[in-house]
Ligand binder design. Structure first.
Ligand SMILES: Nc1ncnc2c1ncn2[C@@H]1O[C@H](COP(=O)(O)OP(=O)(O)OP(=O)(O)O)[C@@H](O)[C@H]1O
Ligand SMILES: Cc1ncsc1CCO
Ligand SMILES: [Mg+2]
Length: 280
């Protein structure tokens, strides 16, 4: 084998081992993940976290944050069905999590769809999320701080179109930035990693992006000092569950069910043989 191919294979093996180790830790530790999320995603997000081994809590009232948030292991904030009443609770939870040293992850759903949403997302970016995960259009809007040609919550860009936007957002915010798509891109502003798992039918199930953001929160909860690796691992594990689910599915509705079952049943052999991560 060519030395460069040998290096790639060793790299792949070490990514697979790391992803499996993190999933095993998650199953052992069952981290408590607070989710302040949109009405559409609550069910899929909670079930994704449960099937991976984490403990979800959809607690979003501002009255509960001072008591509850210090006890969590990570926080996921998703602006999907944002209204002015929700924003103070999001701010407060991000501040309390940060003060308690708990990682928090931002999903800037449809960031470029309106001025209200963009301003809210930019303000949340300023509250030091560990990771920002969006689709191509969301990351481009956030990085340029401008409204975009929008299809609402769906992306009108390929993830690769958002490569430079992702790097620049990571550098300006200090967060790890992940862009989902056919290839998921994960960057700290310097290093860029690509995850080549998943199936395109996942885009036909609403809130798969929201669900994988929450899964990233759970992975970062068990390895907070390596947020880039934890983020890439979560995206590859979710993608592998999608691939295995697709082998049994007849369409989006049954894929949703089989994806959750595959995530729950995932073993080391499947992770080792299917995981595809590369440096970009
Ligand atoms: N073409 C594709 N091929 C393989 N996997 C894909 C493809 N597009 C998206 N995915 C996977 O589907 C999941 C959701 O990504 P997507 O980019 O659709 O998020 P999103 O637009 O934020 O979704 P939502 O807003 O509905 O939550 C990710 O795990 C991603 O890797
Ligand atoms: C469809 C939809 N609308 C607002 S949030 C959401 C879920 C996917 O992001
Ligand atoms: Mg989304």
């Amino acid at each position: 084998m060519e030395p460069s191919n040998l290096n790639k294979e060793q790299d792949q093996n070490s990514w697979a081992l790391n992803a499996w180790t993190l999933l095993s830790k998650l199953r052992d530790q069952s981290p408590l993940i607070q989710c302040i999320t949109n009405f559409v995603s609550m069910d899929l997000m909670a079930n994704t976290l449960l099937s991976a081994g984490a403990s979800p809590a959809m607690i979003h009232s501002i009255e509960e944050i001072q008591d509850f948030t210090p006890h969590i292991h990570a926080l996921c904030i998703n602006v999907g069905t944002l209204s002015p009443a929700w924003l103070p609770a999001m701010r407060e939870a991000a501040l309390v999590a940060d003060k308690a040293g708990k990682p928090w992850i931002l999903d800037p759903v449809a960031a470029g769809a309106s001025r209200f949403r963009l301003k809210a997302c930019l303000e949340l970016v300023g509250l030091k999320p560990s990771v920002i995960r969006g689709n191509g259009s969301e990351i481009i809007a956030l990085s340029k701080a401008s409204l975009g040609a929008t299809k609402g919550v769906d992306s009108s860009h390929e993830s690769m179109d958002a490569m430079e936007a992702a790097k620049s957002l990571a550098q300006s915010s200090g967060a790890i930035v992940a862009v989902s798509g056919a290839v998921d891109i994960i960057t700290d502003g310097h290093r860029v990693v690509g995850v080549h798992n998943g199936v395109s039918m996942m885009q036909k199930i609403t809130a798969t992006g929201c669900a994988v953001t929450a899964l990233i929160a759970a992975f970062v909860a068990v390895d907070p000092l390596h947020a880039l690796e934890a983020t890439a691992s979560a995206l590859s594990i979710f993608g592998i569950a999608g691939e295995m689910g697709m082998d049994m599915a007849k369409g989006p509705a049954s894929l949703r069910m089989h994806l959750i079952d595959s995530l729950y049943n995932l073993d080391q052999a499947a992770v080792s043989s299917r995981l595809k991560v590369s440096s970009l």
